[in-house]
Design a protein around this ligand. Structure first.
Ligand code: SF4
Length: 469
């Protein structure tokens, strides 16, 4: 969600004539888009802001801004901790970024633009306070990547006790299906091949109009015929909204990828209750069984918080048992850190020592890594279709040919595949035969050398070695 906000904010400014530059030193405007889901992310922003203090001292005309969830959550506190910041803009105020920048440039800073929020506020006033930020994409000014995010809803109506998201992104607001279709059509016309539909609880999407309700399953069916789009993904799911209708849509619609990210957070009933997640471990297991039954080839991933308030060894053991049974493709495991303003931070002591959190985190990670490796091993010898994303992080050149690199791409079930190939394959679909695996990656060889047609848009080629994508 934050990545998409960054792209949209950058596009908005580029349309007004702003240009990206390679470093903060060369920039007139330096913007940080921030996350506040965990303490660690916030600490990183404050230290990055600290590093800019001297730059601002020597170049006072440079504008430094903080956008996003941390801006909404901390507000004035950011000016107190980093007085050289000129602008603080919450996610519900992003659409005003251009005029806010103009006002700061005209000497009217520092400026704070966040959505008014209070525990007791009416839902209707919160809907107004948190304006969704989905400006129309203009491919003529900024070519979209061949993989694009499309927000279908913003905010969240749940009340998980550890989570700051409803406070910083406001209540759930679903975009009209026609607007989403238009955006995807426009992206497809500009060369986009894969869209990922975004929502905090994406499978709760529903839009009522004229006595009809469009749910996520209906939306997927509406997107399926769009020419040019080859893959459709959606994240993040909530276990309570995994309807049979949605599972059948994933099974029956050829472009919809068989991949479900469904955070469970804990395998212990008492912990889920304290987290106010709205389901039990038994409910989650039943949901998982329905996914496996309806879409047997689907990959399922999950999130876990270890060391949540009051988590006992027995609670943790129940989480371990769930991980052993569920056989997730992979899982994102985090140590609990209290978020100011959340119910958990106010009502429950953060009573699991950090060393215990670390141990549980490592133990769960080890178990999950073993399972991920075993699940990946099932792919050895199989042929998978990969959308090539570009050179892999290490970007090693093959000893045989200078133009051959280790490339990386993804299967429909979101497995990362690394294989040697020509970088100009970036943005193309290839068949790769899997020859080896690690817990996180499938390793393979191109099944057949596809014709190289570099993905390009408006004259910019994504396989071009001079372009950083
Ligand atoms: S579902 Fe819960 S964890 Fe997810 S964004 Fe909403 S409140 Fe946060």
């Amino acid at each position: 969600m934050n990545e998409l906000d960054s792209q949209l904010a950058a596009e908005l400014l580029q349309q007004l004539g702003y240009e990206m530059v390679p470093s903060a030193r060369k920039a007139d405007v330096i913007l940080f888009n921030t996350c506040s889901v965990r303490q660690h992310a916030e600490d990183k922003i404050y230290s990055a802001l600290g590093r800019l203090k001297h730059l601002k001292q020597y170049h006072p005309q440079k504008i430094i801004g903080v956008l996003g969830c941390m801006a909404q959550k901390d507000g004035q506190e950011i000016f107190r901790r980093a007085p050289h910041v000129d602008l603080v803009v919450g996610p519900g105020r992003l659409r005003y970024l251009p005029e806010l920048l103009e006002r700061v440039a005209a000497g009217n800073g520092p400026l704070l633009a966040v959505s008014p929020w209070s525990e007791s506020a009416e839902r209707s006033s919160l809907l107004v306070a948190f304006e969704p930020f989905d400006p129309p994409r203009r491919p003529q000014s900024v070519p979209p990547p061949f993989q694009s995010y499309v927000r279908i809803m913003s905010g969240c109506n749940k009340a998980c006790t550890y989570c700051v998201v409803p406070r910083v992104r406001g209540p759930e607001q679903c975009r009209p299906p026609e607007e989403i279709l238009q955006e995807v059509r426009r992206l497809a016309d500009a060369g986009c091949l894969e869209v990922t539909l975004l929502g905090q609880t994406v499978n709760s999407y529903q839009y009522r109009s004229g006595g009809q309700t469009v749910r996520l399953a209906d939306l997927l069916a509406m997107l399926q015929p769009i020419e040019g789009i080859r893959r459709i993904r959606f994240v993040t799911n909530h276990p309570r909204h995994m309807t049979d209708q949605l599972l059948q849509a994933v099974r029956d619609l050829s472009k919809v990828c068989p991949y479900f990210h469904v955070p469970v957070q804990s395998g212990a009933d008492a912990i889920l209750r304290r987290m106010q997640r709205g389901y039990t471990p038994a409910y989650y297991r039943e949901m998982l069984a329905r996914i496996r039954q309806t879409v047997p080839e689907a990959a399922v991933t999950s999130d876990f918080i270890v060391g949540f308030c009051g988590e006992t060894e027995e609670d943790f053991e129940q989480t371990v048992r769930l991980v052993e049974e569920a056989r997730f493709k992979n899982a994102y495991i985090f140590k609990y850190s209290p978020r100011p303003g959340t119910k958990a931070a106010q009502a429950y002591p953060d009573d699991v020592p950090d060393a215990v959190k670390r141990r549980r985190n490592n133990e769960l990670l080890q178990i999950q890594n073993r399972i991920s490796l075993e699940e990946n091993q099932k792919f050895i010898g199989r042929r998978v279709e990969v959308l090539v994303e570009g050179p892999s992080k290490t970007g090693r050149k093959s000893p045989e040919s200078q133009s051959t690199l280790q490339l990386t791409g993804r299967t429909p079930c979101d497995r990362i595949v690394v294989f040697p190939g020509d970088r100009r394959l970036t943005g193309q679909f290839c068949w790769v035969r899997i020859t080896g695996v690690t817990p996180t990656t499938l390793l393979g060889l191109l099944e057949e050398q596809p014709q190289i047609v570099p993905y390009s848009c408006k004259g910019i080629s994504y396989g071009d070695s001079t372009l950083q994508v």
